[in-house]
Design a protein around this ligand. Structure first.
Ligand SMILES: Nc1nc2c(c(=O)[nH]1)N[C@H]1C(S)=C(S)[C@@H](COP(=O)(O)O)O[C@H]1N2
Ligand SMILES: [Mo]
Length: 371
């Protein structure tokens, strides 16, 4: 006999699955994730490069910006939200409301945020190496204009001690469970030297309040560093006169492998990369055309070269500069299969293996067919 409860449950599941078809978003991410713009991996969504081809300017529109969530986007109440700055490294602990944060002198920066695992799938497909983690292609990177308050200013307002060494930003999303272990809130120490350099506590993205999936009401933006440094849904900053640690600097974000020291090398800066505004395996019409793409490197891009014949390289022309460089190059495409490559600031053909597949900085082979 089927119980009433069972029937209700069945009806509920049917409703859920029809909703899932109608709304192309995953539960952990709030914004829509149309298949034309994103490839969804679990709680995360990577941007399709071909979806950026038609966009103007150099910024990634919020609607196409990748989302990397360890758990789910939390819906925080801006009226009760506070940013706590505390710890042995400050003399005047602060608790700042969003209104107070917004009333402080602001600055804006155009900067790329990129996941340390961007390009991870190419360790396997190009180098035959197995790595753990989400097999991203090249789409966990985006460029936005961020507005907020300089972290250096906030630390000085809190009475930063000259003996302070580390800042630990903590996110207000749920605690992260993996393999049955609770690693606690997403957090990752940042050296005071970087915190005082160019880091922002951002409350705006591309001229509008920070969207919920990208850290509303405020997040860190740590230019040039791996995405995990840019903690979203920022709740507190512990400032300490002794070194701080979390699983995000002791267990993750270390380069471990045959060419690295036994304890691994901590991942901080990103590496130069480039991508075509084309899908992998895209079909293009034969004849004269213009290939377009983008290039990015922590200190800015110096040289973008493209190969369309598997042998020679030609310089691409920069079109816009900023957090990243949009570039273009003409190509006379002949029918058949081709491998396109873009090389930024002399990227190598291969990179040393690391077990967690971070910083894939080698030139990526991009197959296309021309008809
Ligand atoms: N609180 C919190 N901050 C976080 C994360 C997270 O899951 N929780 N993910 C980090 C990682 S790994 C990356 S790559 C970037 C992604 O930023 P985005 O989702 O705005 O693109 O946020 C970082 N900040
Ligand atoms: Mo990331």
């Amino acid at each position: 006999m089927i119980s009433r409860r069972g029937v209700l449950l069945g009806a509920g599941l049917a409703l859920l699955s029809s909703r899932a078809v109608a709304a192309p978003s995953v539960a952990s991410i709030v914004k829509p994730l149309p298949a034309s713009d994103f490839i969804v991996h679990g709680t995360n969504a990577e941007t399709r490069w071909e979806a950026l081809r038609g966009t103007g300017g150099s910024l990634t529109p919020v609607s196409k910006f990748f989302v990397r969530n360890h758990t789910s986007t939390p819906l925080l109440d801006a009226s009760t939200w506070r940013l706590q700055i505390h710890g042995s490294g400050v003399t005047r602990p602060l608790s700042l409301s969003l209104d107070v944060l917004r009333s402080l002198p602001s600055c804006s920066v155009e900067a790329v945020i990129e996941c340390a695992g961007n390009g991870r799938s190419f360790f396997a497909s190009q180098q035959g190496q197995s790595v753990s983690g989400t097999p991203w292609q090249l789409g966990v990177v985006g460029n936005a204009r961020w507005r907020g308050v300089s972290l250096g200013l906030l630390l000085r307002l809190a009475g930063l001690r000259s003996s302070a060494v580390d800042v630990l930003p903590v996110g207000l999303d749920a605690e992260y469970m993996t393999g049955g272990v609770n690693l606690g809130r997403v957090r990752r120490p940042l050296p005071v030297a970087k915190a005082l350099d160019d880091v922002l506590v951002a409350y705006e993205m591309n001229g509008a309040p920070l969207p919920v999936d990208h850290g509303f009401p405020a997040r860190l933006v740590v230019p040039g560093w791996v995405g995990i440094a840019s903690i979203k849904w920022l709740g507190s900053l512990e400032v300490s006169t002794s070194a701080l640690h979390s699983p995000w600097d002791t267990q993750y974000y270390r380069l471990l492998g045959p060419t690295y020291p036994a304890e691994g090398t901590l991942v901080t800066s990103q590496v130069a990369k480039g991508a075509f505004e084309l899908g992998f395996g895209a079909t293009l019409p034969a004849g004269r055309q213009v290939l377009t793409g983008r290039a990015w490197a922590p200190g800015g891009v110096r040289r973008v070269e493209v190969s369309t014949d598997g042998r020679s390289w030609r310089r691409a022309t920069p079109v816009t500069r900023g957090g990243w460089t949009r570039w273009q190059i003409p190509w006379r495409a002949t029918p058949g299969s081709h491998v396109l490559r873009v090389r930024v600031d002399g990227q190598p053909d291969e990179v040393p293996h690391n077990t967690q597949g971070y910083l894939f900085g080698a030139v990526v082979k991009h197959p296309v067919s021309v008809v």
